[in-house]
Design a protein around this ligand. Sequence first.
Ligand SMILES: Cc1ncc(COP(=O)(O)O)c(C=O)c1O
Length: 400
Amino acid sequence: MIKNTNGKTGLFIPGPTNIPDTVRQAMNVPMQDMRAPDFGDLTLPLFADLKKVFKTETAEVFMFPGSGTAGWESCIGNLFSPGDRVLMSSFGQFSMLWVDMAERFGLNVDHCEVEWGLGVPLQQYREILEADKNHEIKGVFACHNETATGVTSDISAIRQILNDLDHPALLCVDGVSSVAAIDFRMDEWGVDVVVSGSQKGFMLPTGLAIVAVSQKALEMRGRATLPRTFLSYDDMMKTNVTGHFPYTPATQLFHGLRSSLDFIFDEGLENVFARHHRLASAVRAGVHAWGLQLCARDPEIYSDTVSAILVPEGFDSGEVLKTAYYKYNMSLGAGLNKVAGRVFRIGHLGDLNEIMVLQALAGSEMALRDCGINIELGSGVAAAQETFIDAAPQLHTIAA
Ligand SMILES: Cc1ncc(COP(=O)(O)O)c(C=O)c1O
């Protein structure tokens, strides 16, 4: 086999995402004393800026060493007790894993199992919450963006249901593949916990679980009896006041986060969301031009950060991935669990632009064709190009 070391491996998975060179370089700093009196000069502005990304004025932000899964666990471990009734739904690998975690912690889960390709079952949530006259349900959980199927759910609609019913349950949201890429309005949507991670919209290596928790949720933590140590909100709050940590934090990642937040604010948060929508729309145009279908059932729930694409019956999406990887030096996202072999995913979040999306589509086309799937080469690329010609903003003044 010839080893091809030319150029970069195309990374089109939905996390870890591509990291801007400036952000990578920002992490190349000497180690420093995390107990130094001025350590907060680095970290306190990060907490303040993360609030802007979460769109919250009042929530407390935590940065745990860990990944999104640690963020999930912090939510359950700090705010709930064994036997607590919680309402959850699964419609993909990640929503399913959060349910599994809650069950392993001994929570009493009302589990709505939804067909993969759909999102949070709003009507079912309403019915279950309406029937819960004694407010036994302590938490309502939702995966904002199901990365396995490319489905985005409407978190504001869940808040509306809770408000309509005057139900006090905490609203706990997985924003791992949405935050910093798809609009997230913690305060406006009355979200009590939002969990995210460093390696997706924040364009960093894996290693930080970034979590925001409302004051209402923090007041509940005294009632919750699950043990918590490493992921304790209490311990973090004591030290975070001065920008310090209860144990050795991931200092290099904080420097990276400083740089990536600067990137996000330079572009403008709303422009970041608009870019993700533009790139996602182009991918979807490409998929439709191939004559293939998305796993997400309805345009209203299409994700702007990842597209899960169904291969025709009789074909194995795993072969498409392998071909893309070994022949064209590009990584596409695998189909997970129930959709293994049936979908491949194009991650379109993080440090990505129009031309990179065209690369992803062009490489996918060749891999699909190699695997015998009958698509017209160039059709997806051309469809995406058409959308970009209409929609891409002019970044610089064109010289006369
Ligand atoms: C929506 C969602 N939630 C949770 C996770 C788990 O996060 P991590 O792999 O960072 O632990 C992922 C990972 O891809 C995810 O996409």
